[in-house]
Design a protein around this ligand. Structure first.
Ligand code: NOJ
Ligand code: CA
Length: 599
């Protein structure tokens, strides 16, 4: 008897020991996989977060990949390209709005927040796509459009039935008998008026964007609760965060007095300063965000102090903000994205990114982007899209984006160096912004030629043309007629060709995402601008735990020199867009190089 008990005890001890050894070896394996990053590990880098270390890849689903030949990209198209997306080495995907929408503003006018836009597919397609991303360890962030809905949303359909409808207070109204409402400007209205008359209830409703995008009333607790429960619905499905559309506009200046003089007609700035904006975001944090491990990015054209208020950790609001200051350079004060004939200065560009880096040096976290669905192609706007320099300058800009102390938001197609389509005529445009501004310039008897020429550089549709997958018809995007023309350079410029070319922008992007992942200095390292007044080159140091990296970028089509105090002959090249590098500080046209300095 005793003998049997002893044997059982012995076996139990042996089994426990085996299991302990296995656990130990699992941990060791995991550590090895994570390269040097884990060795510099958490104890030396305070406040590490997955979303700080992530490279975010933005997908504009409408233009990504069409699988049913209707000319519109769809969720199945994204699923079809999951391996391509994974091959980029990115960590998070942000999808522009995929919810039911009549598409007055391409999905930023939502008629049902918990359903999928018909053209994009079904909820089942969404679930399959989400699982595909999860299987590949890629996180998924959706777009939260909380400032306005579509006028075709059930809430608005109800609200306009009568003044005492239960949904009336989901929106902002001004009764006719109170006279003409005080002037508010709409960004997308052909007449620029943000009040639209609604004859049934003899009142006006507010719309900062088009008249099909009525502004939601965040004063109403019921509306806020609807928003929070909708957010939970997506988080419970496994979504990893939200990019929040014009989140700084949600609090309105009730009771709509005249615009205060200090705003000098700047409605964008005024709309972004509503008294309860932070209160609402804090409530959203308490009610929803704090309950999930998710990332949040506020889209907000705000100043630096306000941006910091949204993201300073102790305020419990958002993780990140992206501002408009960088991408606003080079436009004329006339507005409507008319290009300044004097161009933009690199010293101004450096000043913007350096100031914003400093803003978040102690608290919060920075973001960086050059391209998105509201921007033209980065290579046309900030680089050089000529045949000679397109590839090299787009790699230089990619180097800039992935070496800042900020989470990079990288836009689909920029990894291929896609360039502006530069439409000649207004009929080619599909974007409400360009079409309505054109109408306004025409009505004012303005210079339509100047407008069209400028928009070859600045229009949003330049960034929305379909992805060029291969050299077959429509760049392999669709077998039907694409909703927006495909850039005719697809025969040479496409993902398939670049995949096979080791020196392509695509493969350069892949190398850079891998480098950023392996090198925490590129994520967390302190940023110091050097050779500040140089109008041709942008140079900065990134520094962490004694490791120093030097990034040199030539923004010009000519050779340029950079002044540094370092002996570059002792530096090690980590990555660059030319084969060689001259140690005397001379940079070839659009040359980019990341160097490790020796101590
Ligand atoms: C910002 C979005 O990025 C843009 O595409 C949209 O038109 C406006 N907000 C209105 O939702
Ligand atoms: Ca389709």
């Amino acid at each position: 008897m005793f003998h049997r008990k002893f044997i059982i005890l012995l076996i139990t001890i042996v089994l426990l020991m085996i299991s302990a050894c296995q656990n130990l070896s699992n941990t060791t394996n995991k550590t090895n996989v994570n390269t040097t990053q884990s060795q510099t590990a958490s104890n030396e880098i305070p406040n590490r977060k997955w979303w700080k270390e992530a490279v975010v890849y933005q997908i504009y689903p409408r233009s990504f990949k069409d699988t049913n030949g209707d000319g519109v990209g769809d969720l199945k198209g994204i699923t079809e390209k999951l391996d391509y997306i994974k091959s980029l080495g990115i960590d998070v995907v942000w999808l522009n709005p995929i919810f039911s929408s009549p598409n007055d503003d391409m999905g930023y006018d939502i008629s049902d927040y918990q359903n999928i836009m018909k053209e994009f597919g079904t909820m089942e397609d969404f679930d399959v796509m989400l699982k595909g991303f999860k299987d590949r360890k890629i996180k998924v962030v959706l777009d939260l459009v909380a400032n306005h809905s579509s006028d075709e949303h059930k809430w608005f359909q109800e609200a306009k039935k009568s003044r005492d409808n239960p949904y009336r207070n989901y929106y902002h109204w001004w009764n006719e008998e109170d006279g003409k409402p005080p002037k508010r400007v709409s960004f997308f209205d052909p007449e620029g008026d943000a009040w639209q008359y609604e004859p049934n209830t003899k009142s006006y409703y507010l719309h900062y964007f088009s008249d099909k995008q009525p502004d939601l009333n965040w004063e109403n607790l019921k509306l806020r609760q609807e928003m929070y429960s909708m957010m939970k619905f997506w988080f419970d499905k496994g979504v990893d965060g939200f990019r929040m559309d014009v989140i700084h506009f949600i609090s309105k200046d009730l009771p709509f007095k005249e615009l205060p003089a200090e705003f000098n007609g700047d409605f964008g700035k005024y709309y972004g300063s509503g008294p309860k904006r932070h209160e609402y975001v804090q409530e959203m944090y308490r009610e929803v965000l704090s309950k999930y491990d998710v990332m949040t990015l506020g889209e907000a054209g705000v100043g630096m102090q306000d941006a910091l208020d949204y993201v300073a950790e102790e305020r419990k609001e958002l993780n990140m903000i992206y501002h408009y200051e960088g991408v606003s350079l080079g436009y004329s004060p006339k507005g409507k994205k008319i290009v300044d004939p004097n161009g933009w200065k690199l010293t101004d560009f450096k000043d913007v990114y350096t100031r914003w880096d400093k803003n978040f040096a102690e608290k919060g976290w920075n973001t960086v982007y050059l391209g998105n669905h509201d921007q033209p192609r980065m290579v046309t706007r900030w680089g050089n899209d000529s045949d000679e320099f397109r590839e090299v300058s787009s790699k230089m800009l990619t180097t800039f984006l992935l070496t800042q102390r900020a989470t990079p938001y990288y836009y689909q197609g920029d990894e291929l160096g896609m360039s502006n389509i530069k439409f000649d005529k207004i009929e080619d445009y599909k974007d409400i912004e360009t079409i309505n501004w054109y109408k306004q310039v025409k009505a004012e008897g303005g210079d339509l030629r100047e407008f069209l020429d400028s928009h070859k550089i600045s229009a949003r549709d330049n960034g929305r043309t379909p992805i060029q997958w291969d050299n077959t018809a429509n760049g392999g995007f669709s077998t039907g007629t694409p909703w927006l023309k495909v850039n005719s350079n697809y025969e040479k410029l496409n993902a398939n060709a670049q995949d096979k070319d080791e020196n392509s922008p695509l493969n350069y992007f892949r190398k850079l995402t891998a480098l950023r992942k392996a090198e925490p200095t590129l994520v967390y390292g302190k940023y110091t601008l050097i050779d500040k007044d140089n109008e041709n080159t942008y140079a900065y140091i990134r520094e962490l735990n004694g490791k120093k990296l030097l990034i040199l970028l030539n923004f010009k089509a000519t050779e340029s020199f950079v002044k540094t105090e370092f002996d570059l002959s002792k530096a090690r090249v980590l990555l660059g867009n030319y084969k060689d590098f001259s140690t005397d500080g001379k940079l070839k046209p659009y040359q980019a190089v990341i160097l490790e300095l020796s101590n």
